[in-house]
Design a protein around this ligand. Structure first.
Ligand SMILES: Nc1ncnc2c1ncn2[C@@H]1O[C@H](COP(=O)(O)OP(=O)(O)O)[C@@H](O)[C@H]1O
Ligand SMILES: [Mg+2]
Length: 273
Protein backbone atom coordinates (compact mmCIF):
# COMPACT_ATOMS: atom_id res chain seq x y z
CA UNK A 1 0.00 0.00 0.00
CA UNK A 2 1.35 3.45 -0.84
CA UNK A 3 1.27 5.47 2.30
CA UNK A 4 2.72 8.61 3.72
CA UNK A 5 2.13 7.46 7.26
CA UNK A 6 4.55 4.91 8.64
CA UNK A 7 3.00 1.79 10.07
CA UNK A 8 3.31 1.07 13.73
CA UNK A 9 4.77 -1.93 15.51
CA UNK A 10 3.36 -5.44 15.32
CA UNK A 11 -0.11 -6.21 16.69
CA UNK A 12 -2.37 -4.11 18.83
CA UNK A 13 -0.60 -4.68 22.10
CA UNK A 14 0.47 -1.73 24.23
CA UNK A 15 3.63 -0.30 22.74
CA UNK A 16 6.84 -1.20 24.47
CA UNK A 17 9.59 1.35 24.96
CA UNK A 18 11.26 0.01 21.83
CA UNK A 19 8.25 0.17 19.50
CA UNK A 20 7.46 3.68 20.74
CA UNK A 21 10.96 4.78 19.91
CA UNK A 22 10.66 3.36 16.41
CA UNK A 23 7.34 5.07 15.75
CA UNK A 24 8.54 8.45 17.02
CA UNK A 25 11.62 8.29 14.85
CA UNK A 26 9.71 7.41 11.70
CA UNK A 27 7.08 10.07 12.35
CA UNK A 28 9.69 12.78 12.64
CA UNK A 29 11.15 12.19 9.21
CA UNK A 30 9.95 11.54 5.72
CA UNK A 31 6.57 13.31 5.84
CA UNK A 32 7.02 14.23 2.19
CA UNK A 33 8.25 10.79 1.16
CA UNK A 34 5.93 8.42 -0.66
CA UNK A 35 6.74 5.13 1.04
CA UNK A 36 6.16 1.87 -0.74
CA UNK A 37 5.72 -1.61 0.62
CA UNK A 38 8.20 -3.87 -1.21
CA UNK A 39 6.09 -6.89 -0.33
CA UNK A 40 8.33 -8.65 2.20
CA UNK A 41 5.84 -9.64 4.89
CA UNK A 42 6.59 -8.16 8.31
CA UNK A 43 9.09 -5.56 7.08
CA UNK A 44 6.50 -2.86 7.72
CA UNK A 45 6.95 -3.54 11.44
CA UNK A 46 10.52 -2.23 11.25
CA UNK A 47 10.59 0.47 8.55
CA UNK A 48 7.96 2.82 7.11
CA UNK A 49 8.68 1.41 3.65
CA UNK A 50 11.17 2.43 0.98
CA UNK A 51 10.88 5.73 -0.90
CA UNK A 52 9.06 5.37 -4.23
CA UNK A 53 11.31 5.72 -7.27
CA UNK A 54 14.47 4.53 -5.51
CA UNK A 55 16.89 1.86 -6.72
CA UNK A 56 17.29 -1.24 -4.57
CA UNK A 57 20.03 -3.85 -4.93
CA UNK A 58 19.44 -7.29 -3.43
CA UNK A 59 22.55 -9.44 -3.02
CA UNK A 60 23.01 -12.99 -1.81
CA UNK A 61 24.31 -16.47 -2.54
CA UNK A 62 22.22 -18.88 -4.66
CA UNK A 63 18.94 -19.92 -3.09
CA UNK A 64 18.79 -17.07 -0.58
CA UNK A 65 15.50 -15.72 -1.95
CA UNK A 66 16.48 -12.96 -4.39
CA UNK A 67 14.16 -14.07 -7.16
CA UNK A 68 11.27 -14.67 -4.77
CA UNK A 69 11.79 -11.15 -3.35
CA UNK A 70 11.58 -9.78 -6.90
CA UNK A 71 8.39 -11.70 -7.64
CA UNK A 72 6.87 -10.61 -4.34
CA UNK A 73 7.79 -6.98 -4.99
CA UNK A 74 5.90 -7.08 -8.29
CA UNK A 75 2.98 -9.10 -6.94
CA UNK A 76 2.51 -6.52 -4.17
CA UNK A 77 2.59 -3.77 -6.81
CA UNK A 78 -0.11 -5.41 -8.91
CA UNK A 79 -2.24 -5.97 -5.80
CA UNK A 80 -2.18 -2.19 -5.42
CA UNK A 81 -3.08 -1.53 -9.05
CA UNK A 82 0.45 -0.84 -10.28
CA UNK A 83 2.04 -1.91 -13.56
CA UNK A 84 5.26 -3.90 -13.52
CA UNK A 85 8.17 -5.11 -15.63
CA UNK A 86 10.39 -8.11 -14.89
CA UNK A 87 13.65 -8.22 -16.84
CA UNK A 88 15.08 -11.71 -16.57
CA UNK A 89 18.69 -12.25 -17.61
CA UNK A 90 19.02 -15.67 -16.08
CA UNK A 91 15.86 -17.75 -15.63
CA UNK A 92 13.55 -18.21 -18.58
CA UNK A 93 10.13 -16.54 -18.50
CA UNK A 94 8.67 -20.04 -18.04
CA UNK A 95 10.51 -20.75 -14.79
CA UNK A 96 9.73 -17.25 -13.52
CA UNK A 97 6.03 -17.86 -14.19
CA UNK A 98 6.25 -21.35 -12.65
CA UNK A 99 7.81 -20.08 -9.39
CA UNK A 100 5.32 -17.22 -9.34
CA UNK A 101 2.40 -19.62 -9.73
CA UNK A 102 3.56 -21.82 -6.85
CA UNK A 103 3.60 -18.76 -4.61
CA UNK A 104 0.44 -17.05 -5.89
CA UNK A 105 -2.11 -18.88 -8.04
CA UNK A 106 -3.04 -15.67 -9.88
CA UNK A 107 0.53 -15.05 -11.08
CA UNK A 108 0.14 -16.50 -14.63
CA UNK A 109 -3.01 -14.41 -15.11
CA UNK A 110 -1.12 -11.26 -14.13
CA UNK A 111 1.49 -12.07 -16.78
CA UNK A 112 -1.17 -12.95 -19.38
CA UNK A 113 -2.98 -9.67 -18.70
CA UNK A 114 0.35 -7.86 -18.97
CA UNK A 115 0.11 -6.38 -15.51
CA UNK A 116 3.56 -7.90 -15.28
CA UNK A 117 5.50 -7.70 -18.55
CA UNK A 118 8.43 -10.12 -18.71
CA UNK A 119 11.42 -8.99 -20.77
CA UNK A 120 13.46 -11.99 -21.80
CA UNK A 121 17.24 -11.63 -21.75
CA UNK A 122 17.78 -15.18 -20.53
CA UNK A 123 19.89 -17.63 -22.47
CA UNK A 124 17.03 -19.24 -24.34
CA UNK A 125 17.54 -20.57 -27.85
CA UNK A 126 15.36 -17.85 -29.23
CA UNK A 127 17.32 -15.10 -27.52
CA UNK A 128 20.69 -16.66 -28.35
CA UNK A 129 19.69 -16.86 -32.03
CA UNK A 130 18.80 -13.24 -32.02
CA UNK A 131 21.67 -11.67 -30.13
CA UNK A 132 24.26 -14.40 -29.37
CA UNK A 133 25.44 -15.41 -25.91
CA UNK A 134 27.85 -12.53 -25.55
CA UNK A 135 25.72 -9.48 -25.17
CA UNK A 136 26.15 -6.19 -26.91
CA UNK A 137 25.69 -3.31 -24.46
CA UNK A 138 23.57 -1.22 -26.79
CA UNK A 139 21.33 -4.18 -27.59
CA UNK A 140 20.81 -4.86 -23.87
CA UNK A 141 19.80 -1.28 -23.08
CA UNK A 142 17.62 -1.17 -26.20
CA UNK A 143 15.83 -4.45 -25.36
CA UNK A 144 15.13 -3.25 -21.82
CA UNK A 145 13.91 0.14 -23.06
CA UNK A 146 11.59 -1.61 -25.52
CA UNK A 147 10.22 -3.70 -22.64
CA UNK A 148 9.68 -0.59 -20.54
CA UNK A 149 7.95 1.08 -23.49
CA UNK A 150 5.52 -1.87 -23.62
CA UNK A 151 4.58 -0.90 -20.06
CA UNK A 152 4.92 2.90 -20.09
CA UNK A 153 3.26 3.38 -16.70
CA UNK A 154 5.41 0.80 -14.94
CA UNK A 155 6.08 1.89 -11.37
CA UNK A 156 7.91 -1.31 -10.36
CA UNK A 157 10.77 -2.76 -12.37
CA UNK A 158 12.95 -5.79 -11.64
CA UNK A 159 16.29 -6.69 -13.18
CA UNK A 160 17.19 -10.24 -12.11
CA UNK A 161 20.18 -10.51 -12.23
CA UNK A 162 22.94 -7.98 -12.84
CA UNK A 163 25.56 -10.71 -12.39
CA UNK A 164 24.31 -12.66 -15.37
CA UNK A 165 24.43 -9.48 -17.48
CA UNK A 166 27.93 -8.73 -16.23
CA UNK A 167 29.19 -12.18 -17.21
CA UNK A 168 27.81 -11.89 -20.71
CA UNK A 169 29.07 -8.40 -21.44
CA UNK A 170 32.59 -8.56 -22.82
CA UNK A 171 34.10 -5.57 -21.11
CA UNK A 172 33.74 -4.34 -17.48
CA UNK A 173 33.24 -0.80 -18.74
CA UNK A 174 30.31 -2.07 -20.85
CA UNK A 175 28.67 -3.41 -17.70
CA UNK A 176 29.16 -0.12 -15.84
CA UNK A 177 27.63 1.74 -18.76
CA UNK A 178 24.63 -0.61 -18.91
CA UNK A 179 24.15 -0.39 -15.14
CA UNK A 180 24.25 3.43 -15.19
CA UNK A 181 21.83 3.55 -18.13
CA UNK A 182 19.37 1.27 -16.32
CA UNK A 183 19.66 3.32 -13.14
CA UNK A 184 18.97 6.54 -15.03
CA UNK A 185 16.15 4.98 -17.05
CA UNK A 186 14.41 3.91 -13.83
CA UNK A 187 14.83 7.37 -12.27
CA UNK A 188 13.60 9.07 -15.45
CA UNK A 189 10.44 6.97 -15.41
CA UNK A 190 9.92 7.38 -11.65
CA UNK A 191 9.86 3.61 -11.20
CA UNK A 192 11.14 1.80 -8.13
CA UNK A 193 13.77 -0.62 -9.41
CA UNK A 194 14.89 -3.82 -7.72
CA UNK A 195 18.09 -5.36 -9.07
CA UNK A 196 19.75 -8.55 -7.89
CA UNK A 197 23.37 -9.65 -7.83
CA UNK A 198 25.21 -12.76 -6.73
CA UNK A 199 27.10 -13.04 -3.46
CA UNK A 200 28.08 -10.56 -0.79
CA UNK A 201 31.39 -9.06 -1.87
CA UNK A 202 34.25 -8.20 0.46
CA UNK A 203 34.89 -5.05 -1.53
CA UNK A 204 31.73 -3.21 -2.57
CA UNK A 205 31.56 -2.16 -6.20
CA UNK A 206 29.95 0.69 -8.08
CA UNK A 207 26.53 -0.97 -8.00
CA UNK A 208 26.50 -1.02 -4.20
CA UNK A 209 27.60 2.60 -3.89
CA UNK A 210 25.18 3.99 -6.44
CA UNK A 211 21.92 2.33 -5.40
CA UNK A 212 19.75 3.91 -2.72
CA UNK A 213 19.18 0.70 -0.78
CA UNK A 214 21.23 -2.41 -0.37
CA UNK A 215 19.69 -5.62 0.95
CA UNK A 216 21.73 -8.71 1.75
CA UNK A 217 19.99 -12.08 1.94
CA UNK A 218 22.15 -14.60 3.74
CA UNK A 219 22.17 -18.08 5.17
CA UNK A 220 24.03 -18.76 8.42
CA UNK A 221 24.76 -22.04 10.15
CA UNK A 222 24.91 -22.20 13.91
CA UNK A 223 25.56 -25.67 15.32
CA UNK A 224 23.04 -27.68 13.31
CA UNK A 225 20.62 -24.84 12.77
CA UNK A 226 20.56 -22.94 9.50
CA UNK A 227 19.08 -19.48 9.75
CA UNK A 228 18.14 -17.25 6.88
CA UNK A 229 18.84 -13.56 7.48
CA UNK A 230 17.67 -10.35 5.85
CA UNK A 231 20.06 -7.40 6.23
CA UNK A 232 19.12 -3.86 5.30
CA UNK A 233 22.78 -3.00 4.77
CA UNK A 234 22.25 0.52 3.45
CA UNK A 235 19.05 2.48 3.15
CA UNK A 236 19.04 6.15 2.22
CA UNK A 237 16.49 8.23 4.17
CA UNK A 238 15.11 5.24 6.04
CA UNK A 239 15.29 5.00 9.83
CA UNK A 240 16.07 1.35 10.38
CA UNK A 241 16.43 -0.64 13.57
CA UNK A 242 17.40 -3.41 13.80
CA UNK A 243 19.27 -3.83 10.53
CA UNK A 244 19.41 -7.62 10.69
CA UNK A 245 16.23 -9.69 10.73
CA UNK A 246 15.38 -13.36 10.58
CA UNK A 247 14.18 -14.27 7.11
CA UNK A 248 11.64 -16.99 6.39
CA UNK A 249 10.72 -18.37 2.98
CA UNK A 250 7.28 -19.93 3.05
CA UNK A 251 4.26 -20.71 0.91
CA UNK A 252 3.47 -17.01 0.48
CA UNK A 253 7.06 -15.91 -0.10
CA UNK A 254 9.49 -13.99 2.10
CA UNK A 255 8.70 -12.78 5.59
CA UNK A 256 10.92 -11.21 8.26
CA UNK A 257 10.84 -11.05 12.02
CA UNK A 258 13.17 -10.08 14.82
CA UNK A 259 15.89 -12.69 15.41
CA UNK A 260 14.79 -14.69 18.45
CA UNK A 261 17.22 -14.60 21.37
CA UNK A 262 17.63 -18.37 21.04
CA UNK A 263 19.10 -17.89 17.55
CA UNK A 264 21.53 -15.10 18.40
CA UNK A 265 24.83 -16.96 18.25
CA UNK A 266 27.85 -15.50 20.00
CA UNK A 267 29.90 -15.08 16.82
CA UNK A 268 27.09 -13.11 15.28
CA UNK A 269 26.34 -11.02 18.36
CA UNK A 270 28.42 -8.01 17.42
CA UNK A 271 26.29 -7.48 14.33
CA UNK A 272 22.98 -7.72 16.14
CA UNK A 273 21.92 -4.40 17.57
N1 LIG B 1 7.09 -22.40 -1.85
C1 LIG B 1 8.24 -22.39 -1.15
N2 LIG B 1 8.22 -22.63 0.18
C2 LIG B 1 9.37 -22.63 0.90
N3 LIG B 1 10.58 -22.39 0.35
C3 LIG B 1 10.64 -22.15 -0.97
C4 LIG B 1 9.49 -22.13 -1.79
N4 LIG B 1 9.86 -21.85 -3.05
C5 LIG B 1 11.21 -21.70 -3.00
N5 LIG B 1 11.67 -21.90 -1.78
C6 LIG B 1 13.07 -21.80 -1.32
O1 LIG B 1 13.50 -20.50 -1.60
C7 LIG B 1 14.81 -20.55 -2.09
C8 LIG B 1 15.12 -19.25 -2.77
O2 LIG B 1 14.86 -19.29 -4.13
P1 LIG B 1 15.27 -18.12 -5.11
O3 LIG B 1 14.51 -16.87 -4.78
O4 LIG B 1 15.11 -18.65 -6.48
O5 LIG B 1 16.81 -17.88 -4.77
P2 LIG B 1 17.89 -16.99 -5.52
O6 LIG B 1 17.20 -16.18 -6.56
O7 LIG B 1 18.49 -16.16 -4.42
O8 LIG B 1 18.90 -17.93 -6.07
C9 LIG B 1 14.83 -21.81 -2.89
O9 LIG B 1 16.13 -22.30 -3.04
C10 LIG B 1 14.00 -22.75 -2.04
O10 LIG B 1 14.81 -23.32 -1.04
MG1 LIG C 1 17.46 -16.10 -8.66
Amino acid sequence: MLSSVPKQGKGDTAPTEETELTVNTTNRVGKSIEWIDIGVEGLQDFIPGLPKGDAILVRGEPGTGKTILCLQFLHKGVEQGEKCVYVTTEETPDTIARTGEILWSDFPTLVREEKIVIVNLSITTMYADKYSLVLDKDAVVETIREGLDRQPDASRVVIDSLSSLQRRLDDPSDFREVFMSLLLEGKKRGATVVMTAEGIPVNPDITEYLVDHLIYLDYHKHDVIWTRVFVLRKSRSVPVHPQILKLNIEKEGLSVEEIPISLKPVWFASKLR
